[in-house]
Design a protein. Structure first.
Length: 361
């Protein structure tokens, strides 16, 4: 590459570029014949957005070329935090955020490694699908942000995953088999700012929230990871394990009233009543299904074997014996129905209602 073209790109001089073009109109067309990079790489790394805009107007194909280190101009702009250059390059091709270089790393990967939050947001707005791209080591941008302790970048990426409802990204594993949850917990073991038993304003831990608000997939694996790292339900935490300072400060202005004995009937009713925030919907659902199953089983069984049993034979009273008080009956019919029809009808009615209601929830 002409030394003067290199210098023009380094200082971002559009005038020098035009002067070179007047001298040699083909100078940009011969760059790739003699160089392992192009002036757009240099200008992008230096953050000269005006020069970048002019070069991309003249040679837009420069945006996709890789230099000898496996970087395209977008890689260099994103890694170095040149937001305006990133914007100019995206005007040429919105897909540049996902363009792979060495080790299949995209510009989004390098922005995550360096913690370039503004550049991350700009690229995700342009190409949301980039968040699922993985390197040759199976790492997403979120993996790389966590591994490089870029907390703000990781937060932005997690928020974006939630906004796009693309939680499957959180379950992707790198070549060591680590999900981002495992990396976060591993990172937290050496960074005291991450507490797996931290309690929110509702008095719930991460494990509580996972069970109260289940997602479609990955809950069991995440729960196991949390528990391996000491996560507990809020109700299972001892006084020494619970971060009481933050919890008490959040509720210090709430007036307290003496508790009544738990044996009081009104307290028993309150105790067994479902309360949002205290009880897990998934656990309540499990209990209801269990109760419904028991009711269905018992009512069905009672229908097959009513109280008093069933007659085992057929009987027709002898009409010639005036003293006979036995009722006629047929084998398999209820003895109670023969001796007390009203009681049997009441039993059959309520048993049938219980059986039918057990199927409705």
């Amino acid at each position: 590459m002409d030394a003067r073209l290199i210098q023009a790109a380094q200082i971002g001089s559009i005038e020098d570029l035009h002067e070179l073009l007047r001298e040699n109109p083909l100078i940009l067309h011969t760059v790739n014949l003699f160089s392992i990079g192009n002036p757009l790489h240099i200008a992008s790394a230096s953050g000269h957005d005006g020069f970048v805009m002019e070069i991309t107007r003249l040679k837009p194909e420069f945006t996709k070329e890789l230099n000898r280190d496996g970087f395209n101009p977008m890689h260099m702009a994103a890694a170095n935090g040149h937001l305006e250059v990133v914007r100019e390059l995206l005007k040429v091709d919105r897909g540049l955020s996902c363009l792979e270089g060495r080790e299949k790393k995209t510009p989004l990967h390098y922005a995550a490694i360096k913690g370039r939050v503004d550049e991350i947001i700009e690229m995700l707005m342009s190409s949301p699908e980039c968040i699922g791209h993985v390197t040759i080591q199976g790492e997403t941008a979120l993996h790389l942000a966590i591994k490089n302790s870029k907390v703000e970048a990781a937060r932005v990426l997690v928020d974006w995953v939630r906004e796009m409802k693309n939680e499957s990204v959180l379950n992707l594993k790198d070549e060591q088999g680590n999900t981002v949850i495992e990396l976060l917990l591993g990172w937290g073991s050496t960074h005291s700012s991450l507490e797996v038993n931290a309690i929110n304003q509702s008095g719930l831990t991460a494990l509580d929230l996972l069970q109260i608000f289940p997602s479609k997939a990955g809950d069991l694996e995440i729960a196991e990871i949390l528990q391996r790292n000491g996560a507990r339900r809020a109700r299972d935490l001892t006084a020494s394990q619970m971060p009481t300072i933050e919890y008490q400060n959040q509720f210090s202005n709430i007036p307290t009233t003496p508790e009544r004995p738990q044996s009081h009937p009104r307290n028993l009713l309150e105790y067994f009543k479902f309360k949002k925030g205290r009880d897990s919907p998934s656990e309540a659902r499990t209990v209801l299904l269990l109760v419904a199953s028991l009711v269905a089983t018992s009512t069905f069984q009672m229908g097959l074997s009513p109280p008093g049993g069933t007659w085992q034979d057929n009987y027709v009273p002898d009409q010639n014996k005036a003293t006979s008080t036995d009722e006629a009956h047929v084998a398999g019919t209820s003895i109670l129905a023969t001796s007390d029809r009203v009681s049997f009808l009441l039993f059959a009615l309520f048993n049938s209602i219980g059986f039918v209601v057990s199927f409705h929830d």
